[in-house]
Design a protein around this ligand. Sequence first.
Ligand SMILES: Cc1cc2nc3c(=O)[nH]c(=O)nc-3n(C[C@H](O)[C@H](O)[C@H](O)COP(=O)(O)O)c2cc1C
Length: 222
Amino acid sequence: MNDGDDADRPGPAAPARGPAAGSAATEGARMNAPIDRHATTAVPIHPLLASRHSTRAFTPGVDLGDDQIAALLEAARWAPSAGNTQPWRFLVARRDTGEFKRVLDCLDPGNRDWASHASALLVAARTDANAKGPLPHAAYDLGQAMAHLTFQAAAEGLTVRQMGGFDAAALAAEFGLEAPLVPMTVAAIGVAGDPAGLPEPVAGPDRRARVRLGIDDLLIRP
Ligand SMILES: Cc1cc2nc3c(=O)[nH]c(=O)nc-3n(C[C@H](O)[C@H](O)[C@H](O)COP(=O)(O)O)c2cc1C
């Protein structure tokens, strides 16, 4: 089914279009083909939305400026939330720091290698309660904040790959994050790099056209 790339799990890449796979020549041609990660949309959408994509290939050795990190957090800060409760909290770990290594060590092995080249790792946590009581929409709100952050990053020429593949309990213990704080994702942030430098099972998704369910599959028809 042409529904999604299952890209959270590194695995063999399948060509999205072009000649049937099989021969070494075909495989070689595919590996060297220009990478077009721009969404093929059914109708025009904002170019920033169409061009944003997640990569596992980062340009190593790039430091983010304080202004860049401030802009990402500011974008997240202005996301909408239920009752304006803003139940999002962030831990920013820049490359080449002890914090970065500590976050990296909590990632699943399949994420750790490529994420090690990111400029920063950002832990996105939700808080499930505030002084007034439980916040049942906290996860939803955190997702919106991360969407804001992701598009601000795209506008700044940065790329973000969010990860659910990490040990949340280990990360919470490492940084003393206690309930009602719940780490939900870790985002690798940086400048997109060349996927040719990554092993094929890891880079595979970065070589494929991006796919989505059709609008018809999303609509609930009464
Ligand atoms: C909540 C969440 C968890 C994800 N977990 C991982 C992960 O553990 N490893 C990974 O490589 N990508 C992960 N991704 C990235 C998705 O695979 C990617 O966003 C998806 O394939 C769509 O690709 P696109 O962002 O380029 O449109 C995650 C994304 C989200 C939003």
